[in-house]
Ligand binder design. Structure first.
Ligand code: URP
Ligand code: ZN
Ligand code: ZN
Length: 472
């Protein structure tokens, strides 16, 4: 099957150009001057399918490098399966996800990874890969990390939060980071001081402060900034490359910036919720509504300026990319586990469907350039996580993961509008987007176009990743 995407503006991380994109089978065959011919023949007449992208942007498919489909967490499990979550991703122009395989204390890393392969295989609409959560750092799990690179898993996540669940103490972190430095594995860190947070949680609950709002009070910015600093210092000592996930506090970004200025291999990711939503308006919503916005790190105070600082960090490259940390829980039967006790609300927000649209709003409002939009949502994730060349770029030989995005289009987000996530509410209800995902190709197959959805479970394949380009 050959496809010609004609008349569009091809946007990359470094520029934009009027060009036609020729797709042959699963890969991009050529990026051509508009109106190019083949041996004197009109190209459009020689291909199987023509996609008219006139007046639209043609961008590499989005890469969401932080999702949790079906994650067992908080006494329940994330409500999107690999099937429903990757379908929603496709609708929103995301053609690759990187999810997290889980190993807990006392479990074998190999078993955790095999379990996640079993959940995802044959279910995904778009391509997928895994990071490895090491929730129990011990001699066995450290030894098992040796084989991760061969499995195509080149990054792992540790938690300074969630004592008794995924938590690692400093001694465990030090040992895992030594491995990371030896093997060239990227250490991903959930940087919040879990034990100190648990004290505040206990004190707040004892004072009768049980509403979702207090989730944000207990997880104060100092908890994130302190843990970020500690992780940076342990990374500095061991030489482990460090990637801090879901950064939300401006003081944490400051820690990253200081380390980067010193020349340390330290990176940071933020998420749409930390750019748009706030402690006051959302976590502090009346009644139990704030539960929709309970995630960790938490939403931050707008009065303190954290959201503006995240945009600034994206402009200055103190933050390198935007993932969703998609971890959806329904209000009914899941979030409501925490009625009367905010600490029992399962942590997570669902956004995998909306990341490309939400981040495009940064272009519309002038927070970031068009090229930076592509960079932080696709190109840098590909480079950071060892997929670049195949993913994150429109160039000959790359996978034909392509999105046609209409800047004149409009997208209304809401349960009865654009909503394909398996979730009984949307944290993004009522958001009006200037722009629209018109056509989505994944490895040359059209998943979404004006006629609707054409994807299927099992189209998405596991992507074996190489080492991060940022470590070389
Ligand atoms: O609230 C969140 N972030 N839930 C998912 C688990 C994690 O820490 O990433
Ligand atoms: Zn986390
Ligand atoms: Zn997460």
């Amino acid at each position: 099957m050959t496809t010609l995407i004609t008349g569009g503006t091809v946007v990359s991380a470094t520029g934009r150009t009027q060009a036609d994109v020729l797709v042959d089978g699963e890969t991009i065959a050529a990026v051509l001057s508009p109106g190019s011919t083949l041996l004197g023949h009109d190209l459009a007449g020689s291909v199987d399918r023509v996609v008219d992208a006139s007046g639209k942007y043609v961008i590499p498919g989005g890469i969401d490098a932080h999702t949790h489909m079906e994650l067992p967490f908080g006494g329940t499990a994330a409500s999107d399966t690999f099937e429903t979550g990757t379908r929603a991703a496709a609708w929103g122009g995301t053609t690759t996800i990187v999810d997290f395989a889980v190993q807990r204390a006392g479990e074998r890393v190999q078993d955790g990874l095999a379990a996640w392969h079993a959940k995802a295989a044959g279910q995904c609409a778009v391509d997928y890969s895994f990071h490895q959560i090491i929730g129990g750092v011990d001699a066995d799990s450290l030894a098992a990390m040796d084989s991760l690179v061969d499995e195509g898993i080149t990054s792992f996540k540790l938690f300074m939060a969630y004592p008794g669940v995924f938590y690692s103490d400093d001694a465990q972190i030090l040992r895992a980071m030594q491995k990371s430095a030896d093997l060239g594995l990227l250490t991903m860190m959930h940087a919040e001081n879990g034990p100190a947070i648990d004290v505040l949680v206990e004190q707040l609950l004892a004072q009768g402060k049980t509403d979702p709002y207090y989730h944000g009070v207990a997880r104060a910015w100092q908890m994130e900034a302190e843990a970020t600093h500690r992780a940076i210092m342990l990374g500095n000592l061991t030489g482990a490359p460090l990637y801090v996930v879901h950064v939300s506090a401006k003081q944490a970004v400051e820690q990253l910036a200081i380390a980067r200025d010193r020349g340390q291999n330290v990176f940071g990711e933020t998420c749409p919720q930390y750019l748009y939503l706030s402690l006051e308006e959302h976590l502090g919503a009346p009644g139990f509504d704030g539960a929709k916005y309970v995630c960790s790190t938490p939403l931050r105070s707008r009065a303190e300026g954290h959201q503006d600082h995240m945009w600034q960090g994206l402009r200055t490259n103190d933050l390198q990319m935007v993932s969703t940390d998609h971890c959806p829980f329904c209000m009914k039967g899941q979030k409501e586990l925490g009625v009367g006790d905010f600490s029992k609300i399962p942590n997570g927000i669902g956004s995998v469907e909306h990341r490309m649209d939400l981040m495009y709003q940064g272009v519309v409002t002038g927070e970031i350039s068009l090229e930076r939009w592509v960079e932080i949502t696709s190109t840098t994730p590909a480079r950071m996580f060892g997929m670049y060349g195949r993913k994150g770029v429109i160039a000959p030989g790359a996978d034909a993961d392509v999105v046609v995005y209409d800047p004149q289009g409009h997208t209304s987000i809401g349960l009865d509008k654009t909503h394909h996530m398996n979730l009984d509410h949307s944290a993004w209800e009522g958001f009006e987007i200037d722009g629209h995902v018109d056509v989505v190709l994944s490895r040359g197959s059209v998943l979404v176009d004006e006629a609707g959805y054409h994807g299927r479970p099992g189209h998405g394949q596991f992507v074996k990743r190489g080492l991060s380009q940022y470590l070389i």
